[in-house]
Design a protein around this ligand. Sequence first.
Ligand code: NAI
Ligand code: NA
Length: 397
Amino acid sequence: MIIQPRTRGFICLTSHPEGCAENVKKQIEYVKSKGQIVNGPKKVLVIGASTGFGLASRISAAFGSNAATIGVFFEKPGTEGRPGTAGWYNSAAFEEQANAAGIYAKSINGDAFSDEIKKETIELIKKDLGQIDLVVYSLASPRRTHPKTGVAYASVLKPIGQPFTNKTVDFHTGVVSQISIDPVSEQSDIDNTIAVMGGEDWKFWIEDLKAAGVLADGAKTVAYSYIGPELTYPIYRNGTIGMAKNDLEATVPVINDMLKDINGVSYVSVNKALVTQSSSAIPVVPLYISLLYKVMKEKNIHEGCIEQMQRLFADRLYGSNLSLDTEGRIRVDDWEMREDVQAEVAKLWEDVTSENIEAISDLAGYRRDFFNLFGFEFDSVDYTLESDELTTVNSLK
Ligand code: NAI
Ligand code: NA
């Protein structure tokens, strides 16, 4: 099968196995180039391990610290005539590379919100690893079925209180337009978003892992959050998703209490805005990211998921200084939020139009990162060749 990108809005319906493998390989090479993480994690569970920050966390642990990893995710293998999801190919490639390097790696594909998958994961930990010393929680999902009640929640991305009007871009065409998003009309929209993206499921995971005795003394757990600039506050931090992030962050002391007797600790790390399957779905944010990339690349401080997660592990979680903020959060969005960076982005934000966007933003970089997520637009991959899809699919599990 020859696989080409097929997009619908901010979704890409196809993924390229060899391109995804190339993406993983580049991330592994980056982590190796940074050297071993001193006193890094040894046995790691990554929930949401197949794409974005979770995949980068898994690669940082495995290739930066020789850690055994179990990855949980929700992905689809290819079927006849139809490619699988990028996260499936990423994970297949990751396992192949880890195995070749003699590093333990196994994956569980299923609904991480369910009790069944938690149980299956715990059994695998018991069987193969005994105990784990790090749990990374990196789920991003538009829906969650509650494991205790069976209620299905859908999250929304909306402002709260008043409509939000601002610039946005169609990153395929470069057309900049005004978008107006109506605020939530019911409290339930906020509650549902918290139910999906808040901290309850993280807490459930840690509760179950703890009760099963599979968390090692001194175990750490980390989940990811975002703050961003004031211009996206109405749609992000002060919107429905921001309420879910508040809830996630408020779960830290709850988990710390649970882990006290095993000397465990939990953190939220506030990460940088990056192109992932999840962030491309948020209005206004892709335009902000395009301008941010331009400014950060010019200042030589641009990072992708892998640079962020390698730095989180090496300098913060397992480094000499967590540099927590006043709310107790780890901040690897520190360079994004630098005053000089934000001042320049704000200025460009005023100026940006459909006419000048290619010149004053890094829309080209945004687009390339987007297609890279699905294994496309890597120079080293020949996209005119047939994809050896079945070989790649069979290599996972
Ligand atoms: P992503 O979409 O790349 O990754 C989501 C992961 O969750 C994938 O591995 C997917 O398979 C898994 N997943 C989704 N639903 C699942 C389910 N029901 N069961 C099992 N696995 C499931 O997203 P991204 O961007 O890496 O997000 C991860 C975390 O980082 C989120 O909490 C997000 O809010 C946060 N974050 C993202 C930023 C960004 O700019 N992309 C910035 C700062 C934080
Ligand atoms: Na992830």
